[in-house]
Design a protein. Structure first.
Length: 616
């Protein structure tokens, strides 16, 4: 044991020094929020159409796309993905429209073969078809499934636009305009992708004439005005819509559709905001982040360093606290019509986010600030306000969701859109609830004697799967949810002997990988059941170990072996075990490689190991 503790301490020291050295001058930590090809492809298509002078960035983004193409011609969302049709179509289209590659280039021929073999453009995701339609490459449906009039319905009506989650409202305000007007902006390249269609019936593109577009605009002038107002009211200081690149792309097209010029201040500001999302990855490539994760990463890094032994009065922790305190949401930003009015006192995900606080970021920030209160003048009041925000956001069912309170949209099945159920409403989630309970237990010192804790625990226990796991909405997937649930339950007083804890522990030990660690495939959140990855990942292993450390009084063989393996794997740096996506955005369509995670979660787990077993 002494040898392993020494190895643990050495790795704690290494990771602590590394994270400490990566802090920015303003007190934040800025790590890459890396995703698949979607944002890069959309950026290439937009810039090559409207701002072709961005030649160097266009070339760099295109080079990254080509490098990430798999041998079979497809683009993937994760390593064990068999191929992602929509991502492949988007990447192909971006490379073709930008002129970076022509149709006869070998990478394009391989991609074409894969697309046609996989069912063609017709089988792609609705969001892909939408982007293609905007650029005259796919026919608009004669009837768009989300009608514009929904934005005019009062908030008390079940189908009202204002009953949707903040994510859907943000993206669908421009989409309502675009789908209604069937707007098309023919790309200057005049490129064509009809060779990617499987059947002839889709090859005749819908062209809406000027007069029919004018009539559609005139007839629904009030609804379009409301959608336009919603967008303009939610533009952040950096020019983006709600700090999402994906929403900002749609907003730019929507503004063009209703008469804004490409050089208008609001569009040029939006493009500058998108450009500010461009990051250089650790591999030296340029990538467009969908939403920079600065607040999330800063909160996690600061708290983890404190758990690793850095005192709260340390300059790095104090600078992080000042940065986080400056970004607390102190006024209501949601427009008055919104039925899901956001409470004040929370924090958002991105540094530019001023209107969309969420429970997960708030509990993470509060955890980072807890020990700082004696050393920072404004910290106590902000902390108290943040805790009140968490309680205000608790749902009536006892759980916590990410962005909304009591967001249930019973009519989501009326709309024939892929993933609409996954985003239209924001129900209680096991991972968010578990993390909130962990904060309230370990940092507010509440237990199951408190009625609000009782309600959260009751809901969480009801969500446990028959195999003993929990599903995590914002991470991959059952390992993430189980980690959050078990650490939350133990924090509020559940003993290791409780049947729910024992059942979860048995499940973790049962799914341990043959290589000695834990790893879960991104396929899990589509299958809605646990699917093993081809190998263990550093982050999944850290989460699983953190659960076992919370449960076992002495380090069992599985803990000792996996701790040593996790350290070795993490020191390999760029291996697949480190880079496999463990963040979830949209099931089957959007996954995240947080570059902060292989630093933060192993350090947190190792610190907990050292603290609990230092005398063993």
């Amino acid at each position: 044991m002494k040898g392993l503790l020494e190895k643990v301490q050495a790795e704690i020291s290494r990771l602590t020094a590394r994270i400490h050295s990566e802090q920015q001058n303003n007190g934040s930590w800025k790590y890459d929020f890396e995703t698949g090809p979607m944002t890069d492809s959309s950026m290439i298509i937009l810039l090559s159409a409207l701002f072709p002078d961005e030649k160097e960035l266009l070339s760099q983004l295109a080079r990254r796309l080509v490098r990430n193409q798999a041998a079979g011609g497809e683009w993937k969302q994760y390593d064990d993905d068999d191929g992602h049709l929509s991502s492949t179509i988007e990447a192909y289209t971006a490379l073709l429209l930008s002129g970076y590659l022509d149709r006869e280039a070998p990478p394009m021929k391989r991609a074409e073969d894969y697309i046609v073999r996989s069912g063609g453009v017709e089988k792609s995701h609705i969001s892909t078809k939408f982007m293609l339609a905007l650029n005259g490459l796919y026919p608009w449906p004669s009837f768009y499934p989300i009608p514009l009039f929904l934005i005019r319905l009062p908030k008390w009506m079940p189908l009202s636009f204002y009953r949707w989650s903040s994510y859907v409202r943000t993206h669908f305000a421009p989409i309502l305009i675009l789908g209604h007007l069937k707007f098309t902006m023919r790309h200057p390249s005049a490129a064509d992708i009809t060779h990617l269609y499987k059947t002839q019936k889709y090859r005749k593109l819908h062209r809406q004439g000027r007069w029919s577009r004018w009539f559609a605009t005139k007839r629904n002038h009030e609804a379009i005005r409301k959608a336009e107002h919603f967008m303009l009211e939610h533009i952040e200081g950096d020019g983006t819509l709600y700090s999402y690149a994906s929403a900002t792309f749609f907003m730019i097209y929507a503004l063009l559709a209703i008469g804004y010029k490409p050089d208008s201040p609001v569009i040029t500001h939006a493009v500058k905001g998108l450009l500010s999302f461009v990051t250089q990855t650790e591999g030296g490539e340029m990538h467009v982040q969908n939403s920079p994760s600065t607040i999330w990463d800063t909160a996690l890094a600061s708290y983890t360093l404190q758990e690793a032994g850095l005192p709260a009065e340390d300059e790095a922790i104090q600078r992080a606290a000042a940065f986080l305190l400056s970004l607390q949401h102190k006024e209501k930003k949601e427009q008055a019509e919104g039925i899901l009015t956001h409470m004040t006192g929370g924090w958002g995900f991105s540094e530019s986010n001023t209107a969309n606080p969420d429970v997960d970021d708030t509990q993470a920030v509060l955890r980072a600030l807890t020990r700082c209160m004696p050393f920072h003048q404004d910290c106590n009041e902000a902390w108290q306000k943040g805790v009140r925000y968490l309680f205000c956001m608790q749902n009536d069912d006892g759980g916590w969701a990410a962005f909304e309170r009591n967001s249930t949209f019973f009519a989501n099945r009326l709309f024939a859109l892929e993933n609409f159920e996954d985003t239209a409403f924001d129900p209680s989630a096991a991972d968010v609830t578990g993390r909130t309970l962990e904060f309230l237990g370990n940092h507010v010192k509440l237990t199951t004697n408190h009625p609000r804790i009782q309600a959260g625990v009751r809901w969480l226990l009801q969500q446990q799967q028959p195999d003993g796991s929990w599903y995590g909405r914002w991470g991959v997937s059952y390992l993430y949810g189980t980690w959050a649930a078990v650490t939350g339950l133990t924090a509020v007083g559940f003993p290791a002997t409780h049947p729910a804890i024992q059942k979860a522990t048995d499940w973790l030990l049962r799914i341990r990988q043959p290589d000695g660690g834990w790893g879960e495939s991104c396929k899990s959140d589509v299958a809605k059941s646990y699917v093993a990855a081809p190998y263990s990942t550093v982050v999944h292993t850290a989460w699983a170990l953190d659960v076992l450390i919370a449960v076992y009084d002495t380090p069992v063989k599985e803990i000792r072996e996996a701790i040593s393996l996790m350290i070795n794997w993490n020191q390999e740096g760029s291996s697949k075990r480190v880079t496999y996506p463990t963040g979830a955005g949209l099931p089957g369509h959007f996954y995240i490689q947080y570059h902060s995670y292989p630093r933060i979660w192993p350090l947190l787990t190792l610190s907990h190991y050292r603290e609990k077993y230092k005398c063993c």
